[in-house]
Design a binder for this molecule. Structure first.
Ligand code: HEM
Length: 429
């Protein structure tokens, strides 16, 4: 609990790329070699990705949330979400993502110090509210969501709530659980209110996730019930905000911790001209390499969600029997010396010199539960980083190395990343 990453590293030194640990009370096989990762994600008959092991998050994300579904229903729901998170839809958000990053950052007075993770949480929440609900500042329920979501996340991250999630017997009408239920009730009022209004107005021109779900029909031509729509939304909002803010915080840290990286990145950004198209920003090679290296060295999620063996299978010389719980260890894979020489060193060039396969570099997991927000997340990471770097002069308050610390399901900078706003770059795009 105090140093999970250091512990994982010491275990892999003694036992190699596959080992079993008692993890959250469950004996779990951790796999970290590319060969094991490939098996984990491609042998879908032998190893499945059930929702049952994730049921402890049901109170937060809903029992029909993606994380709790499996099989055909899971596949169908993911398919419904795909258009909203890919292609033209995402491209259309480019200008808005940069504008949101600017609008939030401009609230910081020049000369002030601030905790980057809080600012990034706000930026990423505003982005995900636009993508998922199509809501903007001034819309009826926008402020409601901006109050309830951070309050729910903050409460969910407390040790008391950790206990409540792990031991359902504690989920009674008292203290933190009572407060949690009140917040969930407010969240439900907002979502159901929004669903009701959308169904009433029948505006088919809207292109956000909520409208996609409301107007979707299954093979029998049936619309999805409101309760199922409601349950699909929270995991997108919570996962979308927390993981994205954490990823951007790490990238900001590395760029400001290593002057040579910042210099090279600024040189690349400065060549963009006065009004760059977001697509030309996200295609920049060094920016992409910096973001990949940042996701490699400290992946926001260090392990995949659990997979379960259905029929015996041999993996890396061991027989895994039915019922065995297996997780891909993303952190250890990204630390492998043969794939990433000097793995503790932040070196974006490795992504310019070599192409890594989906089983060697997997910040978004893989297979049936691969992150459905991966394209949006990378787009957001690059655009927010580029905007902050090009428009603002920032520095780290503390020059000492940052440690990763657990924050919900992600590992983010332990200090929250204290930064100082030194000035504005008026000449930048
Ligand atoms: C840099 C940001 C992000 C990272 C690094 C990340 C990473 C991950 C990882 C590692 C998984 C588990 C995959 C597995 O078990 O194989 C996952 C699942 C998931 N992510 Fe992300 N994620 C990010 C952003 C997002 C965003 C923006 C959204 C929503 C728009 C999102 C929604 C989800 C959901 C709903 C799941 C569960 C999928 C399922 O159960 O089928 N994530 N993510």
């Amino acid at each position: 609990m105090t140093d999970p990453l250091g512990y994982m590293e010491s275990v892999t030194q003694d036992y190699g790329d596959i080992f079993t640990l008692q993890f959250l009370f469950v004996p779990t096989v951790f796999v970290s070699g590319p060969e094991g990762m490939q098996q984990l994600f491609t042998n879908t008959k032998e190893i499945t990705a059930p929702g049952e092991p994730n049921k402890f998050v049901a109170p937060l994300v809903g029992s029909n949330g993606l994380l709790l579904l499996d099989g055909a229903r899971h596949k169908y729901r993911r398919k419904l979400l795909t258009p909203a998170f890919h292609g033209d839809r995402i491209r259309a958000y480019g200008q808005r993502i940069c504008a949101i990053a600017d609008a939030v950052m401009q609230q910081q007075p020049v000369g002030s110090t601030f905790t980057a993770i809080s600012v990034l949480d706000d930026i990423c929440l505003r982005i995900i509210l636009e993508v998922v609900f199509g809501l903007r500042e001034g819309d009826v329920r926008y402020d409601g969501f901006r109050q309830v979501v951070p309050a729910l996340l903050k409460l969910s991250l407390t040790p008391a709530m950790d206990f409540c999630f792990s031991f359902p017997i504690l989920q009674q009408n008292w203290g933190p659980w009572k407060q949690f239920c009140q917040l969930i009730a407010q969240f439900d009022d907002l979502i159901y209110g929004e669903i009701r209004d959308r169904r009433h107005k029948l505006d088919s021109t809207r292109s956000d996730v909520l409208s996609d779900l409301i107007f979707a029909q299954d093979e029998q031509g049936e619309a999805m019930p409101d309760e199922e729509i409601r349950d699909l939304v929270p995991s997108l909002i919570f996962a979308g905000q927390e993981a994205s803010a954490t990823a951007i915080a790490w990238a900001l840290y590395w760029v400001h911790h290593l002057p040579a990286v910042k210099k090279t990145l600024l040189q690349e950004l400065n060549q963009l001209g006065d009004t760059p198209d977001p697509m030309s920003i996200v295609q920049l090679p060094y920016l992409s390499a910096v973001c990949n290296e940042s996701l490699r060295i400290y992946p926001t999620q260090t392990v995949t969600f659990p997979r379960v063996v259905q029929t015996s299978i041999e993996m890396m010389g061991y027989e895994l029997t039915p019922g065995t719980v297996v997780r891909g260890n993303i952190y250890l894979l990204h630390q492998q010396e043969d794939l990433y020489p000097n793995p503790k060193q932040f070196k974006p060039e490795r992504f310019l010199e070599r192409q890594y396969s989906n089983y060697e570099f997997l910040p978004f997991g893989g297979g049936a539960r691969r992150c459905p927000g991966d394209v949006l997340a990378l787009f957001e990471l690059k655009l927010v980083l580029a905007t902050l770097l090009s428009h603002y002069q920032l520095e780290l308050v503390d020059r000492r190395p940052e440690r990763p610390q657990r924050r919900g399901v992600t590992f983010s900078p332990a200090s929250g990343l204290k930064m100082k706003l030194l000035g504005l770059n008026h000449h930048a795009w």
